[in-house]
Design a protein around this ligand. Structure first.
Ligand SMILES: [Mg+2]
Length: 118
């Protein structure tokens, strides 16, 4: 079981990820709609794993990743990317992301990635 924070500007995607992870026995302890919100929540919550969308308003996933890794180097970050974002994914992996999940994904893809870090 992992404690997971979900960061995505799509409410539907946050719901899908929450139910998928909860059904698989993980605990979703917080969710946020952009990187700035996520950083604020990290002052109160201690997730083991963060799923971090790349494209978000206010603060995108790449900027948030750098800040998260600066302050919380032990949190595993899994990027959530869209088709055509290969260079951003590569950049994220260089900045400390542990893996990525490309949209659209199936529940088993989510669980497989998260379970790599449990
Ligand atoms: Mg997005």
């Amino acid at each position: 079981m992992a404690k997971v924070m979900i960061v995505d500007d799509s409410r539907i995607l946050r719901k899908i990820l929450t139910s998928t992870l909860t059904d698989a026995g993980h605990e979703v302890i917080a969710d946020a709609g952009n990187g700035k919100e996520a950083l604020l929540l990290l002052e109160r919550f201690e997730p083991d794993i963060i799923t971090l969308d790349i494209t978000m308003p206010v603060m995108d996933g790449l900027e948030a990743l750098v800040k998260i890794k600066e302050t919380y180097p032990n949190i595993t970050v899994v990027m959530v990317s869209a088709a055509g974002q290969k260079s951003k994914v590569m950049e994220a992996l260089k900045s400390g992301a542990s893996d990525f999940l490309q949209k659209p994904f199936e529940p088993e893809d989510v669980i497989k990635v998260i379970n790599r870090f449990v």
